[in-house]
Design a protein around this ligand. Sequence first.
Ligand SMILES: [Zn+2]
Length: 418
Amino acid sequence: MMKREKFIVMFSLLLACGVLFSSCRVKRGSEAFRLKARAIHDRALTVDTHIDTPMHLLREGWKIGERHDPSQRESGKVDLPRMAEGGLDAAFFAVFVGQGERTPEGYARAEERAMTLLDAIHKMAEDYPQLVEIATSPDDAYRIEKEGKRAAFIGMENGYPIGKDLSLLEEYYKRGIRYLTLCHTQDNDLCDSSTDRQNPEDNGLSDFGKEVVAECNRLGVIVDVSHISDKSFFDVLKVTKAPVVASHSGVRVICDVQRNLSDEMLKQLALNGGVIQVCFVSSYLKKEKPNPERDKAFEALREKYGSRRDIRDEATLAKMREEYAAILEKYPVERATVKDLVDHIDCVVKLVGVDYVGIGTDFDGGGEVDGCEEVSQMLRITEELLRRGYSEEKIRKIWGGNLMRVFRKIIEIAEKSK
Ligand SMILES: [Zn+2]
């Protein structure tokens, strides 16, 4: 008995030591790992090429310079303190204008909306000069990062606010716009969209669209090929004199939706010297399991309220969000994870190389993945990249190095043309 008891005591002690030892080792290891990831993350210039946060800037009482509780839906995904926490140095703030009527009145309204958003972005920089500065070049971004502030680039999502007046593009450029997403979810005067269900035939880039691409090249504005149809994409590549960027898109071979880029598109993009910025929109990262009841409920919601982005009134927006959340609660969607997201990055790297991929979340425009739901959690991406064996050099390329290379090239080409 004694012998057996002794054995049990000894065995338990050994077991306890073993567990203790191994847990210490795991803990030490993971702490060291986290520190290493954090250090790499902090050394890199981290750039997110698409956030829809400017819409929050127009909300009464919401201040981007204050930290908002991430657990509250109305907090949004981005504010300046959480950007700093997440180690995100720069972001392209989207001047998004939803597609409307292609009439003089429609163009005038779109221009007014664009100017309102531009004003709001500039006001942000005036209100918080110690936290953020408007950036218009890669040099700006590196300098602002060194000063410990956030760099706010401006991109225009949808060419609609140009109307038919090409000179407006230069006006927007003067106000800081450095990329133009040629269209949004519907066809416009520039080109066809990947998701226009009313006009499914794909006419690609229009003659006016070609002029707009040439003007972007002349000014040094990045041509953003996210949202545009396949034919539009290949047409753009035929006429552009500079590399292009897909500011927030996924990879079609993993998630087969029209909004994503096919392997052929990715190969052509790499040949053009451009870059795809992988987005955080779950439905572009991972195919949702079909759920006709949920689809029906969302359809009914859309009919009731129209497009979310066109709702100006805060109370209506809150009501719509509540109903949206209730539908999701009733018919939950399995959301993509950080791993799913990095699978898309891996896929681009394997197909064309590490020089052609980056990150463009679409925060506040539908972007969120499990594990990185808002901007303060951006380090998780670096951790996952590091876990998969990416070197610091490669991580830096993905986080901003590639985008800045492309941007420099675009500026260089514009300057040569003058
Ligand atoms: Zn978008």
